[in-house]
Design a protein around this ligand. Structure first.
Ligand code: IPM
Ligand code: MN
Length: 373
């Protein structure tokens, strides 16, 4: 298969983790005889620094002409205290989602058996967690009208949703639930207070009879936030609006042991983007400590999207192996120091090229005589 991939590394650790995903995708192309080409574009703080825009026109064009987008991370601490700034890195991502109509952000949360000890939650509660979060990402409070009165004493952000926006992601989430073992869909909202949430609930209830084999459940966001860490196994597919989804998916990082493990797909009618859910983690930039797995897994989600299931499965197998052998960055590793972002990428690349040899290479790594890393 030929795939032209727009790569938007972005800010902070974005470039270094994305480089590992590209490395792994190249290994897959080689192994399976595909032709993947990569074209790079600026976004976020990096783009503001060079062009003055968080999403330059050229980047948008690049994305529109690509088969898929691989995105890194966005955000720059420079803006942390500068709340007045009219231009912010994050706008680049929001604009991209809006312009490309990437309304469904899908975030899988799967607890790895080998990492259960890494979570701050008790092993017995998180074991076998397998959740798929469907977060709406082109509307809601992120995109509603924003106001600040003249003397800057009153501000507002309006959360608006229309029927069409709710319906389209609801169908996707029900379909996903239908194809899973548990066949359960939980709508997370605040329908006891918010008008927009009431509309979500009403529409989801209307659609539910079309999917009779899916168990539908509702939870208020405050309760859902608690349940997610108290008893994550109760969840299967979670459907929710933009901001609740942002918060819940970040929280879900606690279950898997590191936010550096969570990948996502952002899908719309025409375009598809794949990105780790973690932020730019600027403090770690260029230190070689950023976990590349979320980015590499985003690459696997991209392959799944194009029906390259064996290829995606091989990436996941390589990741499993790296975790089993503790070839992981310091956020997860307690056994070895010095396993850097690129070393993890090298190991996964090597496994893809040559799965049989990997144990041997591991011994070499251990002895400090590595030929591959
Ligand atoms: C995410 C991020 C973004 C969001 C930010 C960077 C705008 O936190 O993708 O989860 O809030 O959607
Ligand atoms: Mn977030």
């Amino acid at each position: 298969m030929k795939l032209h991939i727009a790569v938007l590394p972005g800010d902070g650790i974005g470039p270094e983790v994305t480089a590992q995903a590209v490395k792994v995708l190249k290994a897959i192309a080689m192994e399976f005889g595909h032709i993947f080409t990569f074209e790079y574009g600026l976004i976020g703080g990096a783009a503001i620094a060079k062009t003055g825009h968080s999403l330059p026109e050229k980047t948008l064009e690049l994305c529109k002409n690509a088969d898929a987008i691989l995105f890194g991370a966005i955000g720059d601490p420079k803006y942390k205290f500068d709340v007045e700034s009219k231009i912010r890195p994050e706008q680049g991502l929001l604009k991209l989602r809006k312009e490309l109509d990437l309304f469904a952000n899908i975030r899988p949360v799967i607890a790895y058996e080998d990492l259960l000890e890494k979570s701050s939650l008790k092993k017995k509660f998180i074991k076998d967690t397998d959740i798929l979060i469907y977060r709406e990402t082109t509307s809601g409070i992120y995109f509603g009208e924003k106001t600040l009165n003249e003397d800057e004493q009153i501000a507002s952000d309006i959360c608006t949703y229309n029927r069409f926006e709710i319906e389209r992601i609801t169908h996707l989430a029900f379909k996903a639930a239908q194809s899973r073992k548990k066949r359960k869909l939980t709508l997370v909202d605040k329908a006891n207070v918010l008008e927009s949430s009431k509309l979500w609930r009403k529409i989801v209830l209307e659609i539910a009879p079309e999917y009779p084999n899916v168990d539908l459940d509702f939870l208020y966001i405050d309760n859902a936030a608690k349940q997610l860490v108290m008893n994550p196994r109760q969840f299967d597919v979670i459907l929710t609006e933009n901001m609740f989804g942002d918060i819940l998916s970040e929280e879900a990082g606690v279950i898997v042991g590191s936010i550096g493990l969570l990948a996502s797909a952002s899908l719309g009618p025409k375009y598809a983007m794949f990105d780790p859910i973690h932020g730019s983690y600027s403090k770690a930039t260029d230190k070689g400590i950023a976990n590349p797995i979320a980015s590499i897994l985003s690459g696997a989600m991209m392959l799944d999207h194009f029906g390259l299931l064996d290829e995606a499965a091989l990436i996941r197998k390589a990741i499993d192996k790296s975790l089993k052998l503790h070839i992981t960055t310091p956020d997860l590793n307690t056994r070895y120091d010095n396993i850097s972002t690129s070393k993890v990428g090298d190991f996964i690349e090597d496994f893809i090229n040559n799965p049989e040899e990997t144990n041997l290479n591991f011994r070499n790594i251990h002895l400090g005589q590595s030929t591959i890393i």
